[in-house]
Design a binder for this molecule. Structure first.
Ligand code: C2E
Ligand code: MG
Ligand code: MG
Length: 428
């Protein structure tokens, strides 16, 4: 048979496919100018999980064996193929012949793999990394990073890219450092951005926005680390930290006689845990803050799946007098079928719309109509991202209830906010 190969002794063989394993690769690998490592991943870990669930472990092992055989068939038997980890295979060869071979491998895997008569589609990704100056550990990691880029971009194959790799590594490091940051006293803090009543120009509330001053990376924006936390269970202690500190600040302002509501951003994932509303109630009680002084901002993701726990928690929060705002309205999957029954009191129009109203008549028409529609359906409307007097004036004419943006104030430290608060300069 074309793909029959000479195998190393046991211990350096993968027990499922019989191919030489990572130990063998590491022992025989030498950095070489011009040589390239190709990493093939058979499918994504999530898809493999689904496969395991659907057909069980034994059939999944057949899937790996069939994948290995398919790859071996596509290759010259003189090229050693290694089974590196459950779903990944690697081989080394000169670059010159690679592009054609990679297309050929993709073609081979277009036909499903047969696992005990069940046809299963592989969804391969191919990553290529340079072996010049790279040790075995690095080249394997680089190959895997490139295969991941290939999967993310949907291309036939991808070359190792230091930029995306550094971004992934930074994300991973941030996530591992987040637990320490939550415990540390000097890394996380809150800035507050006021919202104003558009008609009177008076401040109504202040939105807490999280800031992370990392000891090595410096200031890390929330748009970078909050989504990382949201993909893991880290989001729960992170939100707990934000709630505690924002509610404590609300209590301090109330004690000084400042009539200012506090808005807090909460991840949709927090609501999927039963008991979130009770956790908020406990903190309000602890700092002596009236629920009517609090607004919780969620993005539209909160409504995906119509999760009964989420709806129950939202109902429980609103029953106490807390107001719910739907943040970044218009950027997600929002559609007119559910705008009639949103479990929310406030719609916050995303800044990507607000920023265009002065220059794009169609964006202006959308925002104006949205305000009218939201009012007819009894929602209060907040426009975020107001950057000019002109935008403020237009939104005021359209009877938008509240506004927020750099024109009035950027997010600032709480002490600066207490000093700054006053009405927005009158708009003609
Ligand atoms: P968001 O809740 O929609 O907050 C508005 C973002 O727009 C803030 O960015 C704010 O600084 C920025 N912004 C405000 N006015 C203007 C303006 O006039 N022009 C422009 N260009 N931008 C303006 P920031 O603070 O970087 O926060 C980004 C996002 O990170 C937030 O969007 C929110 O989704 C998330 N986030 C921030 N803090 C928290 C938090 O404590 N918990 C959670 N779950 N998410 C948070
Ligand atoms: Mg917000
Ligand atoms: Mg927003």
């Amino acid at each position: 048979m074309k793909h029959q190969r000479m195998h190393p002794p046991m211990g350096r063989l993968d027990p499922i496919t019989g191919l030489p394993n990572r130990k063998k690769f590491t022992a025989s690998y030498r950095p070489k100018p011009g040589a390239q490592l190709v990493m093939l991943t058979l499918t994504s870990p999530t898809q493999f999980d689904e496969l395991l669930r659907a057909i069980g472990h034994e059939h999944a092992e057949d899937f790996m064996r069939a994948g290995a055989a398919r790859l071996c068939e596509a290759m010259d038997p003189a090229i050693e193929i290694y089974h590196i980890s459950i779903l990944s295979f690697a081989f080394v060869m000169p670059f010159g012949v690679l592009p054609d071979l990679l297309h050929q491998i993709n073609d081979q895997f277009n036909k499903p793999l047969i696992c005990r008569s069940i046809p299963v589609s592989a969804d391969i990704a191919l990553g290529v990394a340079d072996c010049h100056d790279a040790d075995a550990t690095f080249v394997l990691r680089a190959g895997l990073a490139a295969a991941r880029d290939c999967r993310d971009t949907g291309r036939d194959w991808a070359r190792y890219n230091r930029k995306t790799d550094t971004a992934h590594q930074r994300g991973f490091l941030l996530l591992t450092h987040l637990t320490d940051a939550i415990k540390a006293e000097d890394q996380l803090h809150l800035h507050f951005q006021p919202k104003y009543d558009m008609a009177s120009g008076m401040p109504t509330s202040a939105e807490a926005l999280l800031r992370w001053c990392h000891p090595v990376f410096g200031n890390v924006p929330p748009a970078e680390f909050v989504p990382l936390a949201e993909a893991t269970a880290h989001i729960h202690p992170l939100t707990e930290w934000v709630l505690r500190n924002a509610i404590a600040q609300a209590g301090a302002w109330a004690a000084k006689g400042l009539r200012l509501n506090t808005a807090i951003n909460v991840s949709p994932r927090n609501l999927t845990r039963r008991g979130f509303s009770a956790q908020v109630a406990k903190l309000l009680n602890c700092y002596g803050v009236e629920p009517s002084r609090i607004e919780l901002e969620f993005t539209e993701g909160v409504l995906v799946n119509n999760d009964p726990v989420v709806l129950e928690e939202l109902r429980a929060l609103r029953a106490t007098g807390i107001r719910i705002a739907l943040d970044d309205f218009g950027t997600g999957f929002a559609n007119f079928s559910y705008i009639t029954h949103l479990p929310a009191d406030i719609i916050k129009i995303d800044k990507s719309f607000t920023q265009r109203i002065c220059t794009d008549p169609r964006a202006a028409m959308v925002v104006h109509s949205l305000i009218e529609l939201a009012h007819k359906l009894d929602y209060s409307v907040v426009a975020e991202g107001i950057e000019s007097e002109k935008a403020y004036g237009m939104l005021k004419t359209w009877t938008c209830d509240e506004g927020q943006g750099f024109y009035m104030s950027p997010p600032i430290a709480p002490a600066a906010l207490a000093q700054k608060l006053g009405p927005v300069p009158a708009v003609a």
